[in-house]
Design a binder for this molecule. Structure first.
Ligand SMILES: [Zn+2]
Length: 167
């Protein structure tokens, strides 16, 4: 059995940001770990994708040899979706520089951003398309983009592998 509790419990975000984006429960939860699961924005995007008839896996590694989990994985289309928390991934609109321990937090967020970039390039090297969204983005618009890309790629793949039996 795997414990659900996060051992990195000392990872507390600065408390005096005073901006509205940190006020919802979903965002607050999102601030407690680098890649939390099932945040409100993530659920909203998943719901919107599902109602568009898209099917996907959640929280799996697109490439099993790479220790990186995508929030949503469209295996057939080879599309990996990440919904990034505004604080931890340094959203240009909502990231507010912390007043206390500024260098500590900036360093942490910078590391996350580097890791994100590395994840993108590693997955792309393996032939995956990576889509990243900020948690503040409209879930319907995100789902629309995801749908467009997934359907486009799937259509092309189908045409290219016409000779191969479908399965
Ligand atoms: Zn944001």
């Amino acid at each position: 059995m795997t414990g659900a509790s996060d051992p990195a419990a000392t990872d507390e975000p600065p408390t005096s940001t005073g901006t509205s984006w940190a006020s919802s429960a979903g965002v607050r939860r999102n601030m407690q770990a680098n890649r939390p699961r099932d945040t409100a924005p993530e659920l909203a995007i998943r719901r919107a994708c599902h109602s568009r008839g898209l099917r996907y896996r959640i929280h799996t590694r697109p490439v099993s040899s790479l220790r990186r989990q995508a929030d949503m994985t469209f295996r057939k289309a080879r599309v990996a979706v990440f919904i990034d928390g505004c604080y931890w991934h340094g959203c240009p609109i909502h990231f507010v520089e912390p007043k206390a321990n500024a260098s500590f937090w900036k360093d942490k967020i910078e590391k996350n951003r580097q890791r994100d970039a590395e994840t993108n390039s590693e997955l792309e090297k393996h032939g995956w398309i990576v889509l990243r969204f900020w948690e503040h983005e409209d879930p319907e618009l995100c789902a629309g983009t995801i749908e467009q890309v997934v359907r486009q790629v799937t259509a092309v793949t189908k045409r290219c592998s016409d000779a191969a039996p479908d399965h």
